[in-house]
Write a protein that binds this ligand. Structure first.
Ligand SMILES: N[C@H](CCC[C@H](N)C(=O)O)C(=O)O
Length: 284
């Protein structure tokens, strides 16, 4: 089974073309392939191109825990670059259908930069989803052990919990991320961002991803956090999102449509060994 490995600001993905699969990928296979020791190692798998009646290409996005995500901003930039590298697209904009909706991509700088129209951010509880009466989830309280955070929730196709603090670091994301990811407020779990506003056009985020854990960058997290900073009146578009792996530029229009621009780097391509899925680690 062939794979193509790319990273987007250190958020790495494997592209697997369904033509190279003899059978459906199982959750166990996804977990092994993504495992940093027993497999190739990756923050997820991009399965495509798939047929689509809504867009030129279809894409399915899987997290390392085997769960399927509705959208991935870095994943969409990487898949767009894969389509460019394999000659399936040119410089003209093209559309990709995901579980979280159809996006438009444009390749820039020979594939090193990709711009994706990510869709529209919603803060409505029934879109995200968040439990409770239908409302926009803005500046609500959430208890995590003996700590109470004020949070906003948003969706750009996948769910996000954004917590704005005066200072953020990796430690706080790693300490509280997994508890917030699986908090009962979020029926489908959630991605988590701890956000520090640096100025009216710059934020810094630390990320805990649903189904992946701590990651160095996230495109959908950047979109959600920037939209929250904007709706709280703390930032104006365009917003540069600083993350441990690098920066993404987010543009937000008056209807909260998001445009995301960021880099993609090709790492490797190769063949997965048949032994890979034969080996079941004792303690994965
Ligand atoms: N873990 C996310 C999907 C990947 C998001 C992130 N890698 C991005 O670039 O948007 C979820 O389950 O919604």
């Amino acid at each position: 089974m062939r794979f193509y490995k790319y990273h987007a600001l250190g958020n790495d993905y494997l592209v697997i073309n369904p033509e190279d699969l003899s059978s459906q990928l199982t959750s166990e296979q996804i977990q092994i392939i993504c495992h940093r020791n027993f497999g190739i190692g990756s923050d997820g798998i991009l399965l495509g191109p798939l047929p689509s009646t809504q867009a030129q290409f279809g894409l399915r996005i899987f997290n390392p825990d085997g769960s399927e995500a509705e959208k991935s901003g870095n994943g969409l930039r990487i898949f767009s670059r894969y389509l460019w590298d394999t000659g399936l697209v040119s410089a003209a904009p093209f559309s990709i259908e995901t579980l979280g909706g159809v996006v438009q991509s444009v390749i820039q700088d020979g594939g090193k930069i990709v711009q994706v129209e990510m869709g529209t951010v919603s803060f409505w509880s029934d879109d995200i989803p968040v439990v409770g009466d239908r409302r926009e989830v803005i500046k609500e309280q959430i208890n995590v052990g003996d700590v109470t955070f004020t949070f906003c929730a948003a969706t750009i196709g996948n769910p996000h919990c954004v917590i704005s603090l005066t200072e953020v670091d990796a430690a706080i994301a790693k300490k509280y991320g997994s508890i917030l990811e699986t908090h009962p407020f979020f029926p489908n779990r959630t991605n988590v961002q701890f956000m520090q506003v640096l100025n009216r056009h710059t934020i810094k985020i630390e990320i805990w991803e649903r189904g992946a854990g701590y990651t160095l960058a996230s495109g959908s997290s950047s979109s959600a956090a920037a939209a929250v900073a904007h709706t709280l009146g703390l930032c104006d578009s365009p917003i540069t999102v600083q993350m441990p792996g690098g920066e993404i530029l987010i543009q937000i229009n008056d209807d909260f449509k998001i445009s995301m621009t960021g880099s993609v780097t090709k790492v490797a391509q190769g063949e997965l060994s048949a032994e890979l899925s034969d080996f079941t680690p004792l303690h994965p």
